[in-house]
Design a protein around this ligand. Structure first.
Ligand code: C2E
Ligand code: CA
Ligand code: CA
Length: 608
């Protein structure tokens, strides 16, 4: 081929064209440089080639390194027109650059100048192609970076817009002074509450609460005090009702509260009472205790209407009636409902007073130890000596107390009273008689009960082994982990734990593996049928053998006939209680029973 004049060969030109086109397709600098070096190595007259890209390709060695040295990396002015820099006879240098960017150079080591001559200009094309490709990549990278910056800026803008929209929405739907829902939002929620009440067949009570003589506060103490008072009222209402979203402020001193999911109107009595009480409590403003009362009007879906505006109007008109009838009170739109709710509210208020007023009395029902035939101890059962209504059984007030924290106060009172009584008996010659106290679910909800029991034991001096707490299955089954640790802590005090009404709750025998309780009390309903119904008898027997296996004792309550007692004794029940032996008795009568010595046994004894 050499010496063939200056005519380029079509094959070689074809290859050079392919090389030029391939440069575009190579994804990165290193592979591009490597490809060009190999491909140019096969072109006539070229001994070696090297693509030098500053800071991006590795430095060459040997002859090429020397040529590159002379080429100076391709920097500096370039003679036009062929873009080639003269570096002597051994090589060519083609700068890789654009008018404003410098990348490096293509260095070619010459083997045969003559043979290379027809293609030399094309090498210039290749270096320009590399320049173009690299410049495009730089441009694209910059473009991508800009795009990314743009995207980030847009994201931030969107975030700010969303935040601002949220703020605007909040302002449009909330009362800025108290943070409560405002009237439009409350109407929305009322719509939703109505459709839920319709679906669940529940009643919905719309409560309109207006502060009595609030304007005096603004004029007397100033706007700032008025605002502070409203904020405090909002805070208290939120604390009292189950769901703060149900509370709205719709006028200067007017609040609307939605009580939903109620089974009956009477059920609202407790909440209404709590709201009035919360408002009535003194608020400390500028060193003074300020007392303001509220008047409540209430309307009820579905009885008083099915439309939000109508229900609100009716609640409002009931509120005005409450104001006229002396304030600090509740009126329903349909006044027939006032009596039922008021009755319940009154009972609750009375019960609250009854505890400190000493109206609660304990009766004790003795339990017989079937092994020894002696009285084992007694269960304390509370009664309410009501000043007007006489002695009320627990069924008439315990459920009411359980709806509020009253049950906690009541429970603590009963516990202290029962322990004091038992300790007194121990000191007066009736040693070792155990006392059992019923504990409500709400009392077990927090660990404070552990401290309460410990304090009572310390204060009364009762031996812990003589105190038994009766808890129901349903009050502990929903959170086994918590229940087992709570029971563990209680038992660490040395007291005994029994499961009351066993068999009526979720009755999962397997769950009992988790708690180390001392005793199971077979529920009255099984004992009642023990002689007549095989399945009741089977349950009783299963419970007895199950308890045996786990080292627990078994009590049967509600034993009324000798037949039931015989059956239970034959099958290894540890302890019985019921009308057959004795009804629950006032302390003095139980004491007399204890002192009468061992019980005569039930054989031949008819229930009282
Ligand atoms: P309980 O714990 O299952 O109490 C046993 C109930 O059965 C008592 O009713 C008792 O008088 C009654 N009873 C006892 N023997 C017989 C019998 O042979 N036949 C029949 N038919 N009934 C019998 P009481 O005293 O009316 O108590 C009812 C419920 O009130 C108790 O059921 C208990 O759940 C609750 N309670 C009573 N006192 C307290 C208390 O101080 N705190 C709590 N949280 N609940 C209490
Ligand atoms: Ca009980
Ligand atoms: Ca029971």
């Amino acid at each position: 081929m050499a010496g063939e004049g200056d005519q380029p060969s079509a094959t070689v030109m074809g290859r050079l064209l392919v090389i030029q086109q391939a440069i575009d397709a190579l994804p990165d600098d290193a592979r591009l440089a490597d490809f060009v070096r190999r491909a140019l190595g096969g072109i006539p007259g070229i001994a070696d080639a090297h693509v030098h890209l500053e800071g991006r390709t590795t430095a060459p060695t040997g002859a090429i390194a020397a040529l590159l040295e002379r080429c100076g990396g391709g920097a500096g002015p370039v003679p036009v027109p062929n873009l080639q820099r003269n570096i002597g006879r051994e090589g060519h240098c083609f700068p890789i650059r654009t008018p404003d960017q410098h990348f490096g150079c293509l260095v070619v080591q010459i083997a045969d100048e003559q043979a290379l001559r027809p293609y030399r200009d094309f090498l210039g094309n290749i270096s320009s192609t590399i320049s173009r490709v690299l410049a495009t990549r730089v441009y694209q990278a910059r473009l991508e970076q800009l795009n990314e910056e743009l995207r980030q800026a847009r994201d931030q803008l969107e975030l700010r817009v969303a935040e601002r929209t949220r703020q605007l929405e909040y302002h449009a739907t909330h009362d800025l002074l108290t943070g409560l829902a405002n009237r439009p939002l409350m109407i929305d929620r009322l719509h939703a509450a109505i459709s839920h009440a319709r679906r669940d067949a529940r009643v919905l009570v719309v409560v309109y609460l207006d502060l009595d003589s609030f304007s005096f506060m603004n004029t007397g103490l100033g706007i700032a005090c008025g605002d502070a008072f409203l904020r405090e009222t909002a805070h208290r209402l939120c604390r009292v009702v189950p769901d703060c979203d149900a509370v709205a402020r719709i006028g200067s001193d007017e609040f609307v509260i939605l009580l939903s999911g109620l089974e009956s109107v009477e059920r609202s009595g407790h909440w209404l009472h709590e709201m009035l009480a919360a408002v009535r409590e003194p608020v400390r403003l500028e060193g003074k205790d300020v007392v303001v009362t509220g008047s409540i009007g209430a309307s009820v879906y579905p009885f008083d209407g099915e439309d939000p505006e109508l229900l609100l109007r009716r609640a409002n008109s009931a509120m005005h009636r409450a104001k006229r009838s002396g304030k600090d009170s509740v009126q329903f739109y349909a006044s027939t409902r006032d009596a039922a709710v008021a009755g319940r509210m009154e009972l609750e208020a009375e019960l609250r007073e009854a505890i400190p007023g000493g109206q609660l009395v304990l009766h004790y029902q003795p339990k017989l130890d079937l092994q020894t035939g002696a009285w084992y101890g007694a269960e304390a059962l509370v009664r309410w000596q009501h000043p007007k209504r006489g002695l009320l059984p627990p069924g008439e007030f315990i459920p009411l107390a359980e709806e509020s924290s009253l049950i906690v106060i009541l429970g603590e009172y009963v516990l202290a009273q029962a322990c004091r009584q038992a300790a007194h008996w121990h000191r007066s010659g009736l040693a070792g008689k155990s006392v059992a106290v019923n504990v409500a679910a709400r009392q077990l909800r927090d660990r404070r009960i552990v401290d309460v029991v410990a304090t009572v034991l310390r204060d009364t001096g009762l031996h812990p082994g003589c105190l038994e707490l009766e808890i129901t299955e349903s009050s502990i089954m929903h959170d086994l982990e918590y229940a087992s640790s709570l029971i563990h802590e209680l038992k660490a005090l040395g007291i005994r734990i029994s499961i009351d009404d066993f068999g009526t709750g979720y009755s999962s025998l397997s769950a009992l593996r988790y708690f180390r309780v001392d005793k199971l009390k077979i529920d009255r309903s099984f004992v009642k049928e023990i002689e007549s119904d095989q399945s009741a008898a089977a349950v009783a027997l299963a419970v007895i053998s199950f308890a045996r296996t786990l080292g627990m004792q078994v009590n049967a309550e509600g034993v009324e006939t000798p037949g039931q007692a015989n059956f239970l004794q034959q099958h290894g029940c540890d302890e019985i209680q019921g009308y057959l032996l004795s009804r629950p008795l006032p302390a003095a009568q139980l004491e007399a029973l204890y002192r009468a010595g061992n019980p005569p046994g039930w054989h031949g004894k008819a229930p009282e």
